[in-house]
Design a protein. Sequence first.
Length: 320
Amino acid sequence: MTLDVRRMLLLAEVAGHGSITAAAQAMAYTASAVSQQIAKLEVEAGQPLLERHARGVELTLAGRAVVEHAQRIDRQLRAARAELDDIAGLRSGELRIGSFPTAGSSLLPLVVRRLGRAHPAVSIVVRSAQLAGLRNMLESREIELGLLWDYDWSRVDDPSLALTPLLSDPTALIVSQDHPLADRTSVNLRELAGESWITRADAHPVAEVLARSAHAAGFEPQIAFHAHDYQEAQAMVAIGLGMALAPRLALTNLRSGIAVIPLTSAPTRRILLARLAARRPTPTETAAERVFVEVGQSLAARAATRIDHPGAATTQLPPA
């Protein structure tokens, strides 16, 4: 006998509420009706799924397996509902965008501001996450458009995603304004073998950029401090504890006492706009993609005019 999906979802509700009575109240059923459906599901499964006790219920091993599958089914059903809503045009007034922190403080505000002016009736919802979280939100359709990034050694290569390159984000060197290199127009990483470094903690991607770049230049970086965000890294650089690498978009808001120097030999990451390839973009998404491309080109042009000027970085967002 096959398992009834509705009963599986009902078991997941019972597990989530901790008791049959609580689940019944939440779903406007009687406790007796819920118990009967769970009993039928146990017959279908051929084994007990719940252990009943005075304080409520507890899933058996088999019950946990059924609930895990039910949760996956529920995510797929919600994704199907979202896609059907898109087809019916019910989401034409809303755009859900996913972003990562450095894009959220540089590229994304310009896009949101421009979209808001051009399409004031569109409600924009933004979610922030790291790369894996953004891809999961795209898959579950929690977001419609996602800003992603990659490097040469870790390309986003997923046929389920339609990718639009927005701009190249070069890695820059930041040093204290008192550092001997602060007035240089450019620096090669091979010159930095004896320096102390501020890097990012918790296996952050920029830590991998530093490690790979230093190894390619023939040295092992001496780490003086592990920072938990770019502002903390800038603070440590400003007091002369060490120097740091950072993508240009992370330097939109630059603190005083720091110089930014272009590097002649450092990785560049791609900033990408992604959507699910299998779903047809709405008119709102198409308009947003055009704005993302325009803003990306504008930021790239601004970076190109500044790259030969040592100690300079974008200190405020340009006009939308």
